[in-house]
Design a protein around this ligand. Sequence first.
Ligand code: PRP
Ligand code: URA
Length: 208
Amino acid sequence: MPVHEIRHPLIRHKLGLMRQATLSTKSFRELAQEIAALLTYEAAKDLPLEPAMVDGWAGPTQVERLAGKKITVVPILRAGIGMLDGVLSLIPGARVSVVGIARDEQTLQAQTYLERLVGELDQRQALIVDPMLATGGSMVATIDLLKQAGCKEIRALVLVAAPEGIARVTAAHPDVAIYTASVDDGLNEDGYIMPGLGDAGDRVFGTK
Ligand code: PRP
Ligand code: URA
């Protein structure tokens, strides 16, 4: 599955604002949700539709509506919460599955500490949201969990992706499409994306 780097002017502008080290927590949060909504718009472009009849102003009218079970949005805690409302602003009926994963700062290994998935995942499309795709460990662990629960249609929305993380996800899960605002240069020796956004969880939650 291809990587979609969405080079829309609004996304480029908003991401540029987010890269400012002095940006307030409030603005960082707002921009993360806004870019998440714009990525959702792109990722939803080929969602299946089904015909439906409604009572229109001039009588019965054929319309279209999203087909199948409600989508599940899957924020990876903590930082994924910073994109959740942006997705829900466009898909307000989506179900939310929460996965808690923390990256060990020394080993960079992803440790799963929480898993609350919605039911009937075999019939739902999942949209995973996390601002940062760095080594890819957290994303691969999340996709593993969803697939073990029966989910077959998975997309990942990330604000910034490192080539290393893209390579790891696509090697492990070639069927999962990645939508990102930017493919950045790569990881530094501490596993941070360059130029990246810094620690996205800290910036969303105002910690540190
Ligand atoms: C960050 C980020 C991703 C992960 C990316 O979360 O939000 O989940 O790191 O790194 P990876 O691709 O190398 O796995 P972190 O583990 O710092 O937790 P937090 O969201 O609670 O701050
Ligand atoms: N997690 C972050 O929050 N930022 C990075 O650059 C890498 C992982």
